[in-house]
Design a binder for this molecule. Sequence first.
Ligand SMILES: *[C@@H]1O[C@H](CO)[C@@H](O)[C@H](O)[C@H]1NC(C)=O
Ligand SMILES: *[C@@H]1O[C@H](CO)[C@@H](O)[C@H](O)[C@H]1NC(C)=O
Ligand SMILES: *[C@@H]1O[C@H](CO)[C@@H](O)[C@H](O)[C@H]1NC(C)=O
Ligand SMILES: *[C@@H]1O[C@H](CO)[C@@H](O)[C@H](O)[C@H]1NC(C)=O
Length: 356
Amino acid sequence: MVRMVRVWLWSLTLAGVFTAMKVHAKGRNPRAITSEALSFCSSLKGNKNKRCSASPEKGLSAREGVELALEQCRKQFTDMRWNCSGVTVADIFQTQRILLAGSRESSFLEAIAAAGVAYQVTKGCSQGNWEECGCDSRMSGRGHKSGEMSWEWGGCSEDFRAGYDYSAKFMDPVKTEKSISGFVTRHNNEAGRKMIKDKMDKTCKCHGVSGSCTIRVCWRTMPKMAQVAVELRKKYDHALKVKMNKNKSKLLKMLRGRRGKKRNTNNRRPSVSSLVFLSESPEFCNPDERYGILGTHGRTCNKTSEGTDSCREMCCGRGYNGVRKVEDVKCNCSFIWCCHVKCDLCKKDWVEYTCK
Ligand SMILES: *[C@@H]1O[C@H](CO)[C@@H](O)[C@H](O)[C@H]1NC(C)=O
Ligand SMILES: *[C@@H]1O[C@H](CO)[C@@H](O)[C@H](O)[C@H]1NC(C)=O
Ligand SMILES: *[C@@H]1O[C@H](CO)[C@@H](O)[C@H](O)[C@H]1NC(C)=O
Ligand SMILES: *[C@@H]1O[C@H](CO)[C@@H](O)[C@H](O)[C@H]1NC(C)=O
């Protein structure tokens, strides 16, 4: 009897594993072409228009990738004068406004947008949206890693190569584009995509009777876009100013050595994973139509902070207004058996400062 139950449980476990694998591998029907996709493609010019028209639904997925990227950009820059909130999807695809500034901010946007496109297209591949890509079939059989329980490759390993290639073809200026901004954009786009590639990991699931891990199944997964954004934000903080070499074939770091100090003239190629820019950032204090800069008038600031969100920094020396705010908030909450929570209402008051 005991034996029979055990066999029965065992086959139940296996059935579970195979169902999980099938759901991943089979995928959905390829996406139908919608008028939304067609109208998006027609808003693009040149190479992007050509790429988009060849597969409008993939183009739409590129746009979704850029939307994800901008959402993360806004999260990363909430405490900065430039908070990414004025940037539109069209700015990215049509290379306009802040992307024309050639500053650190442009470099961050290029990188995260290229990453977002690669990310979203790869997701689409895993979901079986397109004929030409799917899951990474190289991940099969058993996997081992020292200090870790071995595993069985299963489910759908995300195939980043497909999304990577698509992003490179769609988002990069064509190689014949020899202007310095062409070099810079290609470099930043590559840095963004590389961030996903470098942070690829595996996700595992245990299958077994009552929590035991008789079968461990893993599949390759991309990092979340939020993680990519955090890492690229660090690259933004250390972005390098570059110029073109003499015969216009590559980018070189600008030398920042102080006078009298011996400069290191070797190794002037910026590393592949660095963000690079051409011009110092605008101040972002006042609105500037050209770059779609909104300015910091009316931004809330923190009077006690020492950082970029301090009123001194945020308001650019224009000063700020304080408004007393009172709000009822729940407090003193306690759990009453069973089952509700009882709270008191407390008055919370504070002063909100906004830039003049
Ligand atoms: C650029 O110049 C360097 C030396 O000044 C030379 O070795 C190199 O071949 C040149 N590259 C191109 C593409 O002309
Ligand atoms: C970002 O800045 C703009 C203009 O300066 C402002 O309107 C917006 O509320 C800010 N966004 C956030 C999330 O603080
Ligand atoms: C303002 O900055 C201080 C110091 O960094 C911090 O402790 C506080 O939480 C901040 N206040 C708000 C409302 O963000
Ligand atoms: C919170 O609960 C404590 C103890 O029950 C009470 O003394 C205090 O007045 C309560 N605070 C508020 C704001 O209601």
